[in-house]
Design a protein around this ligand. Sequence first.
Ligand SMILES: Cc1cc2nc3c(=O)[nH]c(=O)nc-3n(C[C@H](O)[C@H](O)[C@H](O)COP(=O)(O)O)c2cc1C
Length: 205
Amino acid sequence: MDRSRLNFDDIVRGRRSVRQYAPDPVPAELVVEVLEAARWAPSPHGRMPWRFAVLTQPTPKAMLADAMAAEWLRNLEMDDQPPDVVATRLRKSRQRVMAAPVLVLPCLYLADLDHYPDLQRQQAETTMAIQSVGAAIQNMLLKAYQLGLDGGWMCAPLFCPAVVVGALELDHALIPQALITLGYAAADPKRRERLPLDQLVVRWD
Ligand SMILES: Cc1cc2nc3c(=O)[nH]c(=O)nc-3n(C[C@H](O)[C@H](O)[C@H](O)COP(=O)(O)O)c2cc1C
């Protein structure tokens, strides 16, 4: 389907999390358009507390996948998961990272934000920045969908940000927040329903 003429509602409702991709490569110009959309997200004080690492090559993808897998293995062992379950989950997660044609790693960058003497305001400032990274990610996912691409959201880097920074030799001021996979869906993804509005709006006046 040509998605270039979709209206806003079609894009918002049509976008779905994709976890398996066809092997087709994604043109770099499309990745740039996706990142452009992220750039226009709202942010606290307009400070844009986000930076992005883009991975398309097998070697850096494998470095990332292996580093995250080692960390996840430690966590799963702490949870006393049976070894065969652990092995399957690690294999699937690695496969997901390696098979996605493009990986975008959105990172939090706090250096340009305001600094407060008290913890409460400082935490609120950080929360605002995290919220705006989420807004940037949503812009990316919607733009990707409009461009005929599909995207998926993996939270894994959030559990081992320092490991990810080390594996990819990123600036230590960056705090990875997620891993966004981009590509062309291998099959139509599962379409999860949503709660009706009357269960979501808890007060209107
Ligand atoms: C903050 C966040 C973290 C997520 N982490 C993961 C993840 O680690 N793995 C995954 O498969 N999906 C992840 N998702 C995707 C959700 O599972 C998905 O958005 C949700 O089930 C609704 O489905 P849809 O995106 O297809 O509408 C995440 C979504 C968000 C917003």
